[in-house]
Ligand binder design. Structure first.
Ligand SMILES: N[C@@H](CCC(=O)N[C@@H](CS)C(=O)NCC(=O)O)C(=O)O
Length: 241
């Protein structure tokens, strides 16, 4: 039987995985103990790869071709973390495999927090660190150029202008997520049951840690429960290829 393949963006040697959207899938694979291999793809090669696999572009506004992409053990190619995770939960279903709890209302409540965190915090704090600290030169050049077109200025400049404000308003961006996490005793959103809702948060925390340890530390100082969930999920972060 062919192996499941996860296509992901590499980082510089020794190439630890970093992309949160791919980590959400990787955490699901690791949680369900599904065997897979990783194929690393540089940013400019994503569209040619997707086209070569005959994957139709993403619907709606936004990027046409994105990582993560997964080739299933049955040879089907799927693009988009949500579609991939739905596939995994259906084809590696409980009780034979651990559940991702995709039906739990907490998932939508966690997902609601994401746009604020991404647009008002990550865009100025983490995006500038991606080409600077993580990407190989070809991807770094692509990332800088395409994000400059989007923001109308370089990522460095955007970070300089906006990151002070982003750190000053952590309550507005990260406070809702912290409150949700503290609705139970933890360490997870559903208490002692790990679920896909946790992977949304852990993937961002891991991205922060990979981009710059001090950014991660600052988030944990803002909300110690972020450190607790990250530590609890650490075994699921071990396999990254
Ligand atoms: N909805 C997508 C979003 C994934 C996404 O935004 N991926 C970006 C990561 S920066 C990407 O692949 N970008 C390709 C590009 O910038 O050309 C998912 O969760 O799978």
């Amino acid at each position: 039987m062919p192996k499941t393949i996860l296509y992901d963006f590499p980082s510089r040697e020794p190439c630890p995985a970093w992309l949160p959207s791919a980590w959400k899938v990787r955490l699901a694979l690791n949680h369900k103990k599904i065997d897979y291999e990783t194929q690393w793809v540089e940013y400019p090669d994503v569209a040619p790869l997707a086209k070569s696999l005959c994957i139709p572009p993403n619907e709606g506004p936004g990027l046409l071709y994105t990582i993560p992409i997964m080739t299933t053990a049955g040879g089907e190619h799927i693009m988009d973390s949500k579609k991939i995770v739905d596939y995994l939960e259906e084809h590696y279903a409980p009780p034979d495999y651990p559940s991702l709890q995709l039906d739990s209302p907490i998932l939508a409540r966690v997902a609601e927090q994401m746009p604020g965190i991404m647009q008002r915090w990550a865009s100025s704090v983490l995006y500038p660190l991606v080409p600077r600290n993580l990407l190989n030169p070809r991807s770094a050049e692509y990332y800088e150029r395409t994000r400059q077109q989007f923001f109308g200025m370089s990522l460095e400049e955007f970070g300089r202008l906006k990151s002070g404000e982003a750190w000053a308003e952590l309550d507005a961006t990260w406070g809702g997520m912290a409150a949700l996490l503290k609705e139970t005793e933890g360490p997870y959103f559903l208490g002692d049951i790990v679920s896909y809702a946790d992977f949304q948060l852990v993937a961002i925390l891991h991205w922060a840690k990979r981009a710059d340890e001090s950014v991660f530390e600052r988030l944990v100082a803002f909300e110690p429960a972020f450190g607790t969930i990250y530590e609890a999920a650490a075994p699921l972060l071990e396999r990254e290829t």
